[in-house]
Ligand binder design. Structure first.
Ligand SMILES: [Zn+2]
Length: 135
């Protein structure tokens, strides 16, 4: 497991985290690993993790919103970002700012797993209330 460091730098990797996921009756929507979150790591101010959307993932009918601002950084693959201003093709290397309160979601449109880093401007993943609640 991760090293505990009360007030110094902290290094975390996927192997330090348990996989979490959202699925519905049709299958997997997204899986993710929380890397930094005050309820689990000696960190504060920011919450971050890695999410994966497989090629055959179930695309949600609608997006979600939450009060926190969020950043996505696409690590692998490509997809479509859905927001109130429309759809945008996104690829590896793209950084995306998502203002708090605005509905959004991302779908995989490529031939490989879409993998992204997400960051919230809050202490803990527990602070993030998804609207509507995801399955
Ligand atoms: Zn979000």
């Amino acid at each position: 497991m991760s090293e505990k460091s009360a007030d110094g730098p902290l290094v975390r990797r996927i192997e330090d985290s348990d996989e979490e996921n959202w699925s519905n009756n049709d299958g997997l929507i997204v899986r993710w690993w929380t890397l930094l979150s005050k309820d689990r790591t000696p960190s504060s101010g920011l919450t971050a993790g890695i999410a994966e959307i497989p090629v055959d993932a179930v695309a949600p009918e609608r997006g979600h919103s939450h009060d926190q601002n969020e950043i996505y950084f696409i690590l692998e693959g490509e997809g479509t970002l859905h927001t109130k201003t429309g759809k945008k093709h996104v690829i590896k290397g793209d950084a995306i700012f998502l203002p708090g309160g605005e509905e959004h979601h991302i779908t995989n449109t490529g031939l490989e797993t879409l993998k992204l880093l997400y960051v919230f401007d809050t202490d803990s993943f527990d602070d993030v209330e998804y609207v509507p609640p995801c399955p």
